[in-house]
Ligand binder design. Structure first.
Ligand code: UTP
Length: 252
């Protein structure tokens, strides 16, 4: 099995990064010499992804202005629109009509280093014949993540942003996944949760309850969810301190 497609949800409103996000999509804010989402595209390209599907909102023209066809970035880019901000599950579902096999999802505002994390996640998924694989790490704040109950390689349960008392572990989803197309069916059967949003965690939980092979893999290295100005500064501080070079193809 080859994984050739990657989907990047980037249709959120980025209110915590206002007022910058009144003018520029949060995913285009820079971490070092690249937009934060460009680091994700780069990780996908290094993992052998040929087609990147960016999920954007009707207001976010900046993303296609930045990437165009994707040629300059070594991939083909397709844009799909999520009409309303209805949660991550809904954002993934917006790509259903262009995804034709196993695919990876990485959030457009997440910064990871080193970028080899994604190839490792995909290789693991293929080796272990997963239906879904969730990239996780030990997290400081369980209330910001989907928290898993692990058993060997498998996930027995997953709860979105539990209170510290209710968290079954400190292993939290980081915003990088590998899915078979079965996830679309699970999302369609997911009940909307908080504020009417379709939580991807709830769809993964449905798959677990139905006995699907839902796995997790620890991601080593640095992960910063660039959701607030402080996170953006932390990511840039890390990049400067580590002279964040990588091997991404970029033609002039
Ligand atoms: P966030 O949860 O950080 O949401 O999304 P947000 O709307 O961008 O930010 P705030 O909370 O208003 O500050 C994580 C990633 O998922 C995408 C976002 O664009 C971001 O890259 N996303 C989120 C979607 O594509 N659609 C959604 O409905 C929600």
């Amino acid at each position: 099995m080859l994984v050739k497609q990657g989907l990047i949800p980037a249709a959120g409103s980025g209110t915590r990064l206002g007022p910058f996000t009144n003018a520029i999509p949060k995913e285009l804010l820079p971490v070092g010499d690249k937009a934060v989402i460009e680091h994700v595209v780069c990780a996908m390209q290094l993992a052998g992804i040929e087609e990147v599907v960016i999920v954007t909102s009707p207001q976010k023209h900046g993303l296609s202005d930045y990437f165009g066809s994707g040629k300059k970035f070594g991939v083909n880019i397709t844009y799909v629109v999520q009409d309303e901000r209805k949660g991550l599950g809904d954002a993934v579902l917006a790509g259903e009509h262009v995804i034709d096999g196993t695919f990876t999802v990485v959030l457009g505002d997440n910064f990871f280093a080193p970028k080899t994390f994604l190839k490792e996640l995909i290789d693991f998924h293929i080796e272990q014949k997963g239906d879904t694989t969730v990239g996780v790490a030990e997290v400081m704040d369980v209330t910001r993540h989907g928290i898993i109950t692990p058993n060997k390689n498998r996930i027995l349960d997953m709860v979105e942003k539990p209170s510290p008392e209710n968290a079954k572990s400190s292993l939290g989803a980081l915003g990088a996944y590998v899915f078979s197309r079965d996830i679309f069916d699970a999302i369609k059967r997911t009940n909307p949760g908080h504020k009417g949003e379709l939580q991807l965690t709830d769809s993964i939980k449905l798959q677990i309850d139905e006995g699907k092979n839902v796995l997790y893999k620890k991601i080593d290295g640095i992960h910063i969810d660039v959701g607030t100005p402080v996170d953006l500064m932390r990511a840039n501080e890390w990049y400067l301190a580590h002279n964040g070079n990588d091997d991404c193809k970029k033609s002039p």
